[in-house]
Design a protein around this ligand. Sequence first.
Ligand SMILES: [Zn+2]
Length: 211
Amino acid sequence: MYFRYDDFIIHAVNRSNAVRLSLRVHANGDEVSLTIPPWATKSHIMRFLDENREWLREHAPKVSDFHPSYAAGEEHLLFGEWVTLGENGIPTGQAFVEYRLEKLKDLLNDYFVTYQMRMRIPNIQRVTIKDMKSRWGSCRPSTGTISMASNLAMIPKECVEYIVVHELAHMHHPDHSPAFYAEVERYMPDWKERSDRMSGMDLRPRKGKSK
Ligand SMILES: [Zn+2]
């Protein structure tokens, strides 16, 4: 999976036969992978990365490097699938951003209608889509408002569906208590797989073949 360390994006690879922690630049030069032996704990990993910060500064891609141009040929994720801008009816530029947002709105609308009914949550006042960096959604039960991240348009639909159920369950349980997860599980028994599938996804666009 991919994870963030400071501003760096690192591809973590667990190897049962690895003896030590090691970092290397990937063959195509656009990613850095960290090999993790079975004995390494989170604090081992963090200490190792701290020690190698200088190396990372030179080699690792950074979250802040990432400025999509939305030009023809650039590849972006749309519900977990790579699409090429300017091909097969996929627009370019700002039109692509709007196109993807419309698709997300439609999908969220379907899921909210379905799950509000199933989970018996009538009191939603407003659902808004926002640019959020570090979360997929948030919920304020007191005002009945839910915010969803615009980045949801990049992850598979079944993961978007899980976020809808997750935020709706917060209308009854504002915390992440066992009762909260019991409610999520009642309406979505495979929520854990969906959640695992989306954690650590690298959502950065790709330059594509044609430059
Ligand atoms: Zn939550």
